[in-house]
Write a protein that binds this ligand. Structure first.
Ligand code: DGJ
Length: 723
């Protein structure tokens, strides 16, 4: 078998079988058309070690002396004897590539195990890898772990991953890669607020636009682990796997287990290159959102549970006047839901609150030219609900015994429990209710929430996060198939279900319940590493944030929301006078530039002063004439706190064509705006700010422009046009 060599967008992946087992010889820079005889890469055998070369297996295994985390952990139970076939010796029987896709089949006939590995290197350089393990034996095989792993080059010496909590999702943490394993574990039964959207290894000091970076993402919305493993022999792998509970996956003869997909990207130009690979893949999907992303008004922070037709119609009128295009009715509309203690599971419109159903509100919304969206939380149930009283056996619990028979329930979380979607009757009930709502009402959009971790999550007395996750995916898929024009947002107490597994079946994510623009700058910057802005909900909240009590100017809040799927979460009836006019300007500005923001390249400057962030979007078609009259790029300059120097100095405006000339001008705030006075702290502003600056892309990228002395927690917006 010849080596497999997949190439695209500056990336090569080489898989060789010259030692019997499939091994990853290289994942990184493009190696060109021809490869040498790969046996030249056989390693020396160090003293006091196994008497053989140890390959970096596509599925690393102890049988070839891999001493890092193994690709497969499992065992067979035959005639009541457990622990058999605990170590397999897989060797390749076929390795075929068809364009950018490869399938490698490895088997161990003695152990009765076959693993098919599927790899695709997409045109933008994003790699997909998953394994499928089939039990060919005659007895059940317990899969404890099947991991997807990729090696990184020895010059990868630093690691970056993300962590967080409610209202502070996806914040970075960095460390040196040292010998041992760095594991990020998610036991939330959902993706988790602290889940690392990305695990990246890179060369020393890698940044936004410099350094080599290798990054992985695990597309899974249940329990999982992501890890970086540096072995005693000096090799490093990045990987991820589903975290399985005891006997959660037991394969009967002939059955197959499939891993979640590991997505991976390599960049020789820092983290921006990683984002490019992910964005290019997202945007190439046939079901990727298309057309202008509508301006949203979500009712949550405007009215919370205080639902009342008159108030909501007023809110809809006010929203329409501002230019809102989608009105989303959040939690509180269904039977018995006056607060968060009751009602989940009873997916019927509350007749007391809504005697005429939702139709009067929906008509008030749609007659004003807006779409109507509705909040649901289909996977959850309150004990205080008709459905929980009728079907207590549908509530998830650790033991087989139903609550009716004294079975123990897991601890409550926001007064709620999980409905057992693995139970076909429960799944069908939930499907039927949401399906009926969508059929009976003119609903264009679902905000699909999931507000608790899945603890002690069992079905029929056995751990079942694996099955629940797949059942939830089936629910999304079935509802999408039945209502293909309805958009779905993935929300989970803010941003606790953000991963490419859920994004395969949804159209946007709610990045966080925190609408504080300062917090959002970080949350959105790191969410945007992987997820393009057209899929990231970003709303302007009230001037004083409900979750942090910080107060910010409208321009800071709006410039922050602009670089996402823009909307508001605010009682806009209270916005009057000059503030209302300014809000209208921002809405118009979003509409004018959304096509650029939602199709362009995300660019983040490397700024030594950490109190300053400069990020923007450069038009995708910006390769000559096409961008002549249009905006070539929009940049935000954001001051998060006071800087260490008197002046921020020159900061690069990167990502533009080196050989073209551009004009950079201040788009917001303008001198006449109230926010202008608040934003700057200068005796004399840099002169270019008033007149605009003209320079080549090379000059702007290399030398940059002197940045204004911005006040902390303020931002300005720059427009770049091609000359
Ligand atoms: C949590 C979500 O993140 C919020 O946006 C809101 O929808 C509430 N749930 C409603 O209960």
């Amino acid at each position: 078998m010849n080596p497999l060599h997949l190439r695209s967008a500056g990336t090569s992946l080489v898989i060789s079988t010259h030692r019997g087992e499939a091994e990853i010889v290289h994942w990184g820079a493009d190696l060109g058309d021809t490869l040498p005889d790969l046996s030249l890469l056989n390693e020396p055998i160090p003293p006091s070690s196994i008497d053989a070369n140890v390959p970096t297996g596509l599925l690393p295994q102890a049988s070839s002396a891999w001493q890092g985390r193994p690709g497969l952990r499992g065992h067979r139970i035959t005639d009541g004897v457990a622990g058999l076939d605990f170590s397999v010796r897989l060797s390749a029987v076929s390795a075929d590539a068809d364009g950018r896709t490869a399938v490698v089949i490895q088997t161990d006939p003695d152990a009765g195990i076959t693993v098919a590995s599927h790899l695709t290197l997409h045109p933008g350089g994003l790699l997909e890898l998953r394994h499928e393990l089939t039990n060919h034996g005659t007895s059940p095989f317990h899969v404890d772990e099947l991991a997807t792993m990729l090696p990184v080059a020895p010059d990868a010496v630093e690691l970056l991953d993300l962590t967080g909590r409610w209202c502070r999702e996806r914040h970075p943490q960095r460390r040196a890669i040292q010998q041992g394993t760095w594991v990020r574990t998610g036991r939330h039964g959902r993706t988790g607020h602290d889940s690392s959207l990305l695990l990246a290894a890179g060369t020393a000091g890698f940044g936004n636009r410099h350094g080599k970076v290798w990054a992985t993402h695990l597309a899974w919305s249940g329990n999982h682990e992501q890890f970086a493993d540096r072995l005693a022999d000096g090799r490093t792998v990045l990987g991820g796997s589903e975290l399985l509970g005891p006997a959660e996956v037991v394969l009967q003869p002939g059955e197959t287990y499939q891993t979640p997909t590991l997505f991976a990207a390599y960049s020789d130009r820092g983290l921006d290159g990683i984002s490019e690979a992910f964005y290019s893949w997202f945007r190439s999907r046939p079901h990727h959102v298309s057309g202008p992303r509508p301006v949203v008004l979500n009712t949550w922070e405007a009215v919370y549970f205080d639902h009342n037709l008159e108030t909501l119609v007023e809110l809809a009128e006010s929203a329409a006047d501002l230019g809102v295009e989608r009105f989303v009715l959040d939690d509180g509309w269904f039977r018995g839901r006056r607060d968060d203690h009751a009602g989940l599971g009873d997916w019927y419109v509350d007749g007391t609150l809504w005697p005429g159903g939702l139709t009067p509100l929906i008509e008030a919304v749609t007659s004003r030219g807006m779409d109507f969206g509705l909040w649901v939380e289909p996977e959850m149930v309150n004990l205080d609900s008709d459905i929980a009283r009728e079907h207590p056996e549908w509530i998830v619990r650790p033991a087989a015994r139903s609550p009716k028979d004294g079975g123990r329930l897991p601890l409550e979380w926001r007064h709620q429990h999980v409905i057992d979607l693995v139970n076909p009757a429960a799944w069908q009930y939930v499907f039927d209710r949401i399906d009926a709502l969508l059929r009976d009402n003119n609903i264009s959009y679902l905000k699909w929430d999931q507000n608790r971790d899945l603890l002690e999550h069992g079905h029929a007395g056995r751990a079942s996060v694996h099955q629940q996750t797949l059942a939830a995916y089936r629910l999304f898929d079935a509802l999408r198939a039945a209502h293909p024009s309805v958009e779905i947002e993935s929300c989970s107490s803010g941003g606790a279900r953000v991963d490419l597994g859920i994004l395969e079946r949804t159209d946007r994510i709610w990045a966080s319940d925190c609408n504080d623009a300062l917090e959002r700058q970080t949350i959105q910057r790191w969410t945007g590493m992987v997820v393009p802005p057209e899929l990231v909900g970003a709303h302007i909240g009230p001037s004083t944030s409900h979750t942090t009590a910080r107060t910010h100017d409208l321009s800071f809040r709006a410039i922050t929301a602009l670089f996402g799927h823009f909307g508001m979460e605010w009682d806009v009836r209270t916005v009057t006078g000059a503030e209302r006019q300014e809000l209208k300007r921002f809405i118009a500005l979003y509409k004018e530039h959304r096509e650029l923001i939602h199709s362009g390249r995300m660019v983040r400057a490397d700024v030594p002063d950490e109190s300053l962030m400069v990020h923007g979007v450069v038009a995708a078609d910006h390769d000559g004439g096409a961008a002549d009259s249009a905006t070539a790029a929009l940049f935000a300059v954001v001051r998060t706190r006071t800087g260490f120097a008197e002046m921020p100095g020159r900061v690069a405006i990167p990502g533009l064509e080196a050989g073209r000339n551009y004009r950079v001008e201040l788009l917001f705030p303008r001198p006449a705006d109230a926010d202008y006075g608040h934003a700057f702290m200068e005796a004399q502003p840099a002169p270019w700010l008033a007149s605009g600056a003209q320079a080549s892309g090379r000059f702007l990228g290399e030398v940059g422009l002197p940045m204004p002395v911005l006040q902390p927690e303020h931002a300005i917006l720059l427009r770049v046009t091609a000359l």
